[in-house]
Design a protein around this ligand. Structure first.
Ligand code: ATP
Length: 237
């Protein structure tokens, strides 16, 4: 993974403001994400995480606001629910809109562990499998930026852990820059190169936390990083 350098950026956000009913939900956000960098975004409920992700995805054209956003040409988005089309088989969901890419679609499904399920209907898959299809659908487009809003939030704990392993493998292979919105502090630490925290529409304390090599809860630094993040989230244990 490319370390955060602040020089070459895939995402550049400056002084971003978004308002609902005259209330600033994002209140001057600056953010850079380097190519291949994995950034996790934490914050209390209502702090503006999804609003920031939707702004980066270009999904909020009618929301009042200001500021600069630069994102790459190829951006994929994954949500908490897989948003598969129920009337299209799994492979068709993956390659929808990509002409002549059946072979790539099959490869992507194999990458997420679903070889042989190409002709299944979405409702024949478990929730975890449906999220695997959603990941395959995103990655077959080789995005320079992957935006993920609580992608594992609806999954049971064991499936979530398996999805962490899968996402790390996929990111190592495809190297997209990633912005992952999550409520799960441990998930953020284990997956991300850098964790940022939103509080009432502002990013807390600059670049927040660079994780370096802290990668598992067995790491001696894990507890220290966790407690710094909980502090930033205003949680005292
Ligand atoms: N379409 C909307 N109209 C009015 N207010 C909205 C709209 N979308 C979001 N908000 C408000 O903006 C604030 C931030 O919402 P947002 O969904 O970005 O928070 P969040 O940090 O993602 O929360 P959560 O973790 O609960 O998903 C909330 O107070 C929410 O009520």
């Amino acid at each position: 993974m490319a370390p955060y350098a602040g020089l070459v950026t895939t995402v550049r956000v400056r002084d971003l403001v978004r308002r609902y009913d005259d209330r600033a939900v994002l209140d001057g956000v600056d953010l850079d994400i380097a190519p291949g960098e994995f950034v996790a975004l934490l914050g209390k409920s209502g702090s503006g995480k999804s609003t920031l992700l939707r702004a980066l995805a270009g999904l909020d054209p009618s929301v009042d606001g200001s500021g600069e956003i630069a994102v790459p040409g190829q951006v994929s988005v994954v949500f908490q629910d897989s948003r598969l089309l129920p009337w299209a088989k799994v492979l068709d969901n993956v390659v929808l809109g990509l002409r002549g890419s059946e072979e790539r679609g099959r490869e992507s499904l194999a990458e997420v562990g679903l070889a042989g399920r190409e002709d299944a209907w979405p409702n024949e898959l478990s929730g975890g499998e449906q999220q695997r299809v959603a990941l395959a659908r995103s990655l077959v487009r080789e995005p320079e930026l992957l935006l993920a809003d609580e992608p594992f939030g609806a999954l049971d704990a064991l499936t979530r852990l398996k999805m962490h392993v899968l996402l790390r493998k996929l990111c190592a292979a495809h190297q997209p820059a990633v912005l992952l919105v999550t409520h799960d502090v441990d998930e953020a630490i284990v997956l991300a190169d850098r964790v940022i925290v939103l509080d009432a529409g502002r990013l807390v304390a600059g670049e927040i936390i660079s994780l370096g090599s802290v990668r598992s809860s067995a790491d001696p630094e894990f507890a220290a990083v966790r407690s710094r993040l909980l502090d930033a989230l205003g949680v005292s244990l």
